[in-house]
Design a protein around this ligand. Sequence first.
Ligand SMILES: Cc1ncc(COP(=O)(O)O)c(C=O)c1O
Length: 392
Amino acid sequence: MSVDEFVKKYAVDRHHTNSLKWDALDERFGNPDLTAMWVADMEFQEPQAVTDALIKRVQHGIYGYSLTPDSYFEAYAAWQKKRHNIDLKKEWLTFDNGVVGSLYTIVNTFTKPDDAVLVLTPVYYPFHNAVNDNGRKLIKSELVRTDNHFEIDYDDVERKIVENDVKLFIQCSPHNPVGRIWTADELDRIMDICQRHGVLIVSDEIHQDIEIGERKFVSALSIADGRYQDDLIIVTAPSKTFNMAGLLNSHVIIPNQKIQDQFLAGKKRFNEVDLSVLGQVAAEAAYRYGEEWLDGLLEVIRYNYDQVRVTLNREVPQIKVAELEGTYLLWLDLRDVMPADQIKDFIQNKVGIAVDYGEWFSDYGLGCVRLNLATDPKFVKAAVDRIVADLK
Ligand SMILES: Cc1ncc(COP(=O)(O)O)c(C=O)c1O
């Protein structure tokens, strides 16, 4: 499906639908008329098969406590195998009502107050919150930028793990907000450091399906023939791929039985929840029938990325556009074009968009912004044109 066809078929105006992204602009940014390019949420309707499956379930008219059918696992495992060559075992999979909630449970279950938890910054800010809100110590290892590409500083990671006696590492893979899809070698290297120092690894793979460039996503489950599976928790969900965060269905994949038992016991204590009936109906239909839709969506994101990259590199090369390998979230570094304290005024009052500001992800992110590209190309074009008109 071409970009035009996809947009024509699926793009919708989300104003006045209680959409956080669009209807909280006044509350969050002080201006309801901005174009929303912030939170990781899209303007595209689900594949028709998802809507049909939901309608069928809704017509039953009862939403009581439910079970997960075997067909859910079959559809999910087939998707993981086909798209990522992951051999998923049914007994590894448990459910939750959201990835961030799982992170809170994991921090509470596997660490004690004041224990140290490592993240690679800049990173999705709820990672910071899950550590800070629970009274644990947040240890940050800043990613190193070379040109527009970010890498892990392994020496810094190992030194910080040893110095702080780190107990847990929360990895973002692919990495929000700098757009990296980590290579198998990179994952092997950082997980080896964790394993040697007895650090439990949590890999948040929620953006696994959003592959933009040539590089394919590799799950932490597959690295070194599964060598890390006994020290590993994967948190993930269909909610970024198919934009169904409001349906509250997520996955926690834990190959090691003892760790899984501990997690489930922790969930009972900290966040005992039931599964989301509609979330599972929607996700199963998406995994079964949503491939063509996803491939169309990826073309739109690639098109939008090219619009920003090519135009800014040509017209305002001082703005550094991060290489986008994975996720639909693009990191722009504006530090060479204006002082950090002018960025908010520029973005909101001149460009007229709402974005996530870099300092939300790391102190070093000050002067950068994160742009959401999973949207109608007309919004991206208008934003880029206004950036260029104002700065050139
Ligand atoms: C890395 C990452 N993890 C988790 C989430 C949110 O997951 P959930 O809505 O299931 O809590 C997001 C949303 O943008 C994300 O980028």
